[in-house]
Structures are given as structure tokens and as C-alpha cells.
Design a protein around this ligand. Structure first.
Ligand SMILES: [Zn+2]
Ligand SMILES: [Zn+2]
Length: 206
């Protein structure tokens, strides 16, 4: 249930993310569990998160749990799943949190407005209605009993390697600096990935 504590967590997440939305509410609820079960927000890499989508909720996770893109303790697996895994490196406790689809499903009117806003065919009045629906849905998610919102499992997980610092090399073509693990060799010369792709017209990015 939405306690004062999670309410202030949501406020923090909104300040960081820019708006209130259902995804941010999910991220806030997930972060609350991670902090309750695994400890304090990570100053460094004491905790890490593996997220399986890159939607709004991930912003709440970053600002609330300290598992961030920049520190390297936030791993993004592009699986399109509402699943969040956290691990405390010290005691090796790990949780896998999976969001129940029915709990966060938007109704047809909400979905229809969402599509029209994306197409830029919604009127001002419809945009207003949409914002209200979005906030209402977000508040509903904040108030859902934990067991109705998510499935939490303690799992065995091998800790991820710590983020490493690498040397920088210079790209022969653009002269910009590239991390050594991302350098592409062509004719014995160092290339950054975009310059390498332009020269060879292939894509090395997955
Ligand atoms: Zn959002
Ligand atoms: Zn280059």
C-alpha cells in the first residue's frame, strides 16, 4: 500500500523523470521492495539492477536505488519484459520482481487516447483527459497490494563483474576518443564503430 514513504519516493522520481505516469509508479514500487529487502541506495556498486525494458519505470529505479546507467550498476537487457532483478553484492541476496500484466493494464479508452497523442491527432481536451487518466492509473498502482502488483522471487544469481575502467584510443577517421574494448581494427588502424560501419557498410551493433 502507498505509505508516506513511498509517496515521497514517488515525488523524488517525478522530479527526476519529469512527469507522473503508471510506469514511474511501477518503478517506485519495485525500488521500494529492492531497498526494503536488499539495503540502502547504492552509492557505488554495492547493489546492481538488471532491467528488461527501458521505459519510464527505469528512471524511478535509477534515482531511488542508486543503480544507474552512469555507474554501470544498471544493466539493460532489451527483452521488453516488465521484470526487474536486483542483487546486493555483499550478502549475495538477489530478487527477481515480475509485474503482473493485469495489474497495470490500461483500459481501452486510455490506450486509445495514448495512441492518438502519439499520432498527434488528439485535441487539447483529450490530452487533458489523458493526463488525468495517467495520474489516476499511476495512483492506483501506488495503492495496489504488493501481491496483486508483482511476483517477487529470491533467486540464485552470479554477481556481475564490477564496471571497469578502460584505456581510450583515437579513431583514425574522426579523431574522437574510443574505449579500447570498442575499437574496430581495419587495415591495422583503430576505428570507432560509426566510422567502421561507414567504411564497411556493415553493422556491428546488435
Ligand atoms: Zn513517464
Ligand atoms: Zn570515428
Amino acid at each position: 500500500m502507498c505509505s508516506t514513504n513511498t509517496g515521497s519516493m514517488l515525488e523524488t522520481a517525478i522530479r527526476f523523470h519529469g512527469h507522473q505516469c503508471p510506469g514511474l509508479a511501477i518503478g517506485t514500487r519495485v525500488s521500494e521492495i529492492a531497498l526494503r529487502e536488499l539495503g540502502k541506495p547504492a552509492k557505488d556498486e554495492e547493489m546492481f539492477a538488471i532491467v528488461e525494458n527501458n521505459s519510464c519505470g527505469v528512471d524511478a529505479i535509477q534515482v531511488l536505488t542508486g543503480c544507474t546507467f552512469g555507474k554501470g550498476n544498471l544493466i539493460f537487457n532489451d527483452f521488453g519484459k516488465s521484470v526487474y532483478t536486483f542483487m546486493n553484492r555483499k550478502n549475495q541476496k538477489a530478487l527477481r520482481i515480475s509485474i503482473r500484466k493485469d495489474a497495470v493494464q490500461m483500459n481501452n479508452e486510455h490506450l486509445d487516447l495514448f495512441a492518438r497523442i502519439k499520432d498527434k491527432t488528439a485535441t487539447e481536451a483529450e490530452i487533458d483527459i489523458f493526463s488525468q487518466m495517467h495520474i489516476k492509473k499511476s495512483n492506483e498502482i501506488m495503492d495496489l497490494p504488493e501481491k496483486d502488483l508483482m511476483i517477487i522471487k529470491e533467486i540464485d544469481l552470479k554477481p556481475l563483474p564490477m564496471a571497469r575502467i578502460h584505456e581510450s584510443m583515437e579513431c583514425t577517421i574522426c579523431g574522437e576518443s574510443v574505449m579500447e574494448t570498442r575499437v574496430m581494427l581495419l587495415g591495422g588502424a583503430y576505428h570507432c564503430i560509426p566510422c567502421f560501419e561507414k567504411l564497411t557498410e556493415t553493422s556491428v551493433r546488435k
